[in-house]
Design a protein around this ligand. Structure first.
Ligand code: ADP
Ligand code: ZN
Ligand code: ZN
Length: 838
């Protein structure tokens, strides 16, 4: 890509000025438009503009560069409109987007799409209206019922958009009808652009200032209002709430209209007073966020934490990035807080990334107490308006410190001093779909580098990538292996599932040891966490006679049984169906469930411990915005004895009363067909175990497995990350896995099996010819060979780690894909590129 900063400032009064625009379309380049005289003084990098794209489309784009070089190949169209008085994105952001698009092999328009909250993008919707020349009584052509319906509805409205017609006409036929009516000259279709962001406002009223300034005026007003009791009541109520004479500034702020009506004032009387000029009515913008009060919660580090902080400071002298490995409960949050405070005092911005805010309310509240309204929170479940508000808050300097999920990387920071990535090992930092398929931890390190800031990666169980970089000196490394207040790490027990099964001691998936431990914990009125890494009731159902398993109609997977709704569901496309009464293959009625999900564990527990209060936390119970919060609040209030959940419960929960953690099936985590399975098992089991016992209490952890002899269990129990790492890494090196190579996965998708396969084969052949050190595997049908009626084939590339090789190969790769897509046979094939896939 060209140099972003060349020719940034155009010469004054120049006539031929051009702007390169990033548009939200998947096309690998910037588009040059001409800049009209009227906006030449104003336009600059980061401004939003409206431009025509193609024949009809009007799009919002972002100015990436302003220059005087006319494109040689085409006559540029003019920019239609400049949308803002100030740039919404800065040059650093555009640089970051460019890096992301080239590193993750996607188009910069796709990055822009991910980066801008949709409230800042204008939506183009096709609008439809009746053609002014159209005569209903004399249409000049035969109309069918649907055409009549559409025209009649349309004539009652000034305009409608296509979406509204879709609701009107069954089966999504509206496009066809619109097209036919358009051809007959009965309607007009045009593009309309509307701004999506709607700031939240509040209606307020205040006393007109003359009543304060002129003495006696207010008294005579009351005389005038005699007999008009309702109006009098409004005025009295207002004066009671706002002491206008003592504090004229309070009157300037006025009072929310709603406060008056809430106190029984009549809205129409308020309006009358406004009309009379007694009260003034006005609107103010209000924040969507409650501002928490800063309490004087100081930060006081323990000696061990203070020592770690010293080391961090010292190592930042030489390294840009530090890995902080602190065991669960060591108090990493307090260390973060101290670092953040220092950086904020120096005037720089701070970003703290978290895998999922809802699961770390404890951490967020702690930091909110320290940083108050200087801190902005960027939640994954925020509405678009809320996102825009955080965006504007960063832009205008209201928030110097953001705590947020991975998309907060795109906020308009201009002077980051520190980026912290908490739980850096979390695989949810990786975005799967759509592009950009970025790893937020890695992207954070790049962003931080662009700002010349420092990065701190915090975790109890480092990712192999980060640990590798710490070991070879690229990152600094600081370790804390003591819990705060000397709380002890939990005791581990392995429970042998097969042994218990043989002795008939296994009841509803629970070994005797785990059942007994649960019972004693309940007896002590303490709490239990039960971890099962699969949601739903049972992985699938199956016919006992012939082995038939119901599968999704659209995907190549078996359907998961959800007992609560008594239905089968596809976890890939959302397809649902009722549970069949008899086998579709042989007609037998002996259909049973196989395997165990969270729903079934919950049921088993309620059978085994009928007196216990049980709750479940997984994707199915936490879909709503405050879903997590409700469950966590119930649990921390002590209204729940046993909480069952998926990996959601492995995250930063910190509850004093949890003294037992049970892992129902550790083998399920270990024997997953993926080179990261071991790493992930170590992390997940260690993390969930870390939830057991705090402060003065030592907790227990029970791991149920069919293979208690495995080495990894001993390493987890001993907390021996280093040993585990060394052995696993030897294998990764031998078999060419990351971090020793760079992986790139390419998926081809098409509704036709053969086409998807052929496209993948062709691509592989093209890739083989690229002169770069690499191994190419596949194409092979994906593990799930069909999703939503599209067949999937994948190619895996193991690429040399050197930056030069990668850059060259990726560029070639994108060119080859473009080449294939230009081929008629493969036009409809989708090529998904995933760099550093998980
Ligand atoms: P980690 O994130 O490293 O697992 P936390 O930051 O959650 O650990 O800390 C564990 C517990 O110890 C929390 O309840 C926290 O409030 C407490 N704690 C840690 N450090 C301090 C400190 N310096 N002062 C007071 N409480 C602390
Ligand atoms: Zn059958
Ligand atoms: Zn499906």
């Amino acid at each position: 890509m060209e140099d972003l900063f060349a020719n940034q400032y155009p010469a004054a009064n120049s006539k031929n000025l051009y702007a390169d625009i990033i548009l939200p379309v998947p096309i690998p380049k910037w588009f040059t438009y001409s800049v009209g005289l009227d906006i030449q003084d104003q336009i600059g990098i980061g401004y939003r503009v409206m431009v025509q794209f193609g024949k009809k489309k009007i799009l919002t784009g972002i100015v990436a560069k302003v220059h005087q070089k006319a494109p040689d190949v085409y006559q540029p169209k003019p920019i239609l409109d400049l949308l803002d008085d100030f740039p919404v994105v800065n040059a650093l952001q555009i640089k970051f987007w460019s890096w992301m698009s080239s590193y993750y092999c996607c188009h910069i328009g796709e990055v822009m799409n991910a980066a801008l909250p949709s409230g800042l993008k204008l939506s183009t919707e096709s609008k439809v209206q009746v053609h002014p020349d159209f005569d209903f009584d004399n249409p000049g052509f035969p109309m069918d019922d649907r055409e009549i319906l559409l025209l009649e509805t349309l004539s009652k409205h000034d305009e409608m958009n296509v979406e509204q017609f879709d609701q009107l006409l069954p089966g999504k036929t509206s496009h066809k009808i619109i097209k036919s009516l358009l051809g007959k000259g009965a309607i007009l279709v045009y593009e309309s652009v509307r701004e999506k962001y709607s700031p939240k406002t509040e209606q307020r009223v205040r006393l007109t200032s003359k009543y304060i300034k002129k003495e006696g005026l207010l008294e005579s007003l009351f005389e005038d209002l005699k007999g008009k009791e309702k109006q009098e009541a409004v005025l009295l109520k207002y004066l009671q709430q706002v002491s206008v004479f003592q504090k004229p500034e309070a009157n300037a702020k006025g009072l929310e209209k709603k406060v008056l009506t809430d106190h029984g004032c009549s809205p129409s009387s308020i309006d009358t007073l406004v009309k009379k000029g007694v009260l003034e009515s006005f609107k103010v913008l209000v924040s969507r966020f409650e501002v928490p009060s800063v309490s004087d919660h100081g930060i006081e580090l323990s000696p061990v934490q203070g020592e770690a902080l010293q080391q961090i400071h010292a190592q930042f002298e030489e390294k840009n990035t530090i890995l902080l490995q602190g065991i669960t409960g060591s108090g990493k949050t307090e260390i973060y807080a101290q670092l953040i405070q220092d950086v904020l005092q120096s005037g720089s911005q701070v970003l703290l990334l978290l895998p999922e805010i809802a699961l770390t309310t404890h951490l967020v509240h702690r930091l909110q107490k320290i940083f108050g309204d200087k801190m902005g929170v960027f939640h994954s479940k925020y509405s678009d308006n809320e996102r825009v508000e955080v965006w504007q808050g960063v832009l205008k300097g209201k928030y110097n410190f953001i705590i947020g999920v991975r998309s907060s990387l795109f906020l308009p920071f201009d002077s980051l001093g520190l980026v912290i990535v908490d739980e850096e090992h979390e695989s949810s930092y990786k975005q799967f779909d759509p592009a950009p398929r970025f790893q937020a931890r890695d992207a954070a390190i790049m962003l931080s580098w662009m700002h010349q800031a420092k990065t701190l990666l915090g975790t109890a169980t480092p990712s192999f990538e980060s640990y590798y970089n710490a070991q070879n000196g690229k990152y600094g490394y600081v370790k804390i292996d003591k819990r705060y207040g000397n709380a002890e790490l939990p005791h581990f027990f392995l429970a042998d599932i097969l042994q218990d099964k043989k002795k008939n001691l296994l009841k509803l998936d629970f070994t005797r040891l785990l059942r007994e431990k649960i019972q004693t914990t309940l007896n002590r009125q303490e709490q239990v966490l039960i971890f099962q890494n699969r949601r739903g009731y049972a992985p699938y159902i199956s016919c006992d006679e012939c082995g038939w398993i119901p599968e999704c109609e659209h995907c190549d997977v078996s359907l998961t049984y959800h007992q609560y709704q008594d239905e089968l569901r596809c976890h890939y496309c959302g397809f649902k169906e009722k549970v069949p009464i008899s086998c579709h293959a042989c007609g037998s009625q002996k259909i049973t469930t196989v395997g165990t999900g969270t729903e079934r564990i919950e049921e088993s527990l309620s059978l085994l411990f009928p007196e216990a209060r049980i709750a479940r936390m997984d994707l199915d119970t936490t879909r709503s915005k405050y879903g997590y919060q409700r469950i966590l609040e119930e649990f921390s209030a002590g209204n729940v004895d046993i909480l069952v959940g998926t990996q959601m419960i492995t995250k930063g929960l910190d509850f004093d009363k949890v003294s037992l953690v049970g892992i129902v099936d550790a083998d399920r985590i270990l024997f997953y067909p993926d080179f990261r399975a071991g790493e992930r098992a170590f992390q997940q089991i260690t993390q969930v175990a870390g939830r057991s016992g705090r402060r003065d209490k030592t907790g227990d952890v029970i791991i149920q497995t069919r293979r208690p002899d495995q080495l990894i269990f001993r390493q987890i129990i001993a907390g021996n990350y280093n040993d585990f790492y060394r052995l696993e890494m030897a294998e990764r090196k031998q078999f060419f896995y990351p971090p020793f190579v760079k992986n790139i996965k390419i998926i081809t998708k098409h509704k036709d099996f053969k086409t998807a396969e052929t496209a993948a084969k062709f691509l592989k052949n093209l890739l083989m010819d690229i002169a770069a050190k690499k191994i190419i595997l596949g194409p092979e049908k994906s593990l799930i060979g069909k999703i939503k009626n599209l067949y999937l084939f994948e190619i895996w590339i193991k690429l040399d780690r050197s930056g030069k090789v990668q850059q060259f190969f990726k560029q070639q790769l994108m060119d080859r894909i473009a080449e294939l897509q230009a081929d008629k046979r493969f036009r409809m094939v989708r090529f998904l590129v995933d760099v550093d896939p998980y």
